[in-house]
Design a protein around this ligand. Sequence first.
Ligand SMILES: [Fe+2]
Ligand SMILES: [Fe+2]
Length: 171
Amino acid sequence: MKLTKEEKERLEAIYQEFLNDERIKRMKEVPMHFGSNCYLHSFKVAKKAIKHALHFKKVNLETVLVSAILHDYYLYDWRKDKKLKKHHGTRHPVIASEQALRDFGISPEVQRSIRSHMWPIGFTHFPNNKEALILSYSDKDIAVKEFLTSSKHKKKKEQKYYDYISTLFDD
Ligand SMILES: [Fe+2]
Ligand SMILES: [Fe+2]
């Protein structure tokens, strides 16, 4: 899929609005994958998901973008709570989708993508369209890279990561 200048600008504008939203910035306080945080993770996933989506035809890019940014909008540190820890894998997509609906009024398609992003964990929520599959794949892609990078390395590269996520499109 090739984007027109206007389409690119529209997606970039949506991305920037979320990037600078004070409610979204709370994800910086949620630790993730050995030294990363939920904010960095989510915008990395969003960039990756859009890159993947552009390889396909007839994908709703706005659904991909918004669901990627909000897929982990659960806003708590599950490591600090035994109960939350036990069911985090299956519960956080539902909590993220409910909170994203409450705060940003997301569409039913975005809600469904968020709920199925952990599949096959949470077996009943299957990613049953292209947008949901792209999100689920991109999340795993980024998560694996974050798991394989040491927290020391992440600390050193933190500013680079923030520079990287500062725009949706690199050119
Ligand atoms: Fe997640
Ligand atoms: Fe994630």
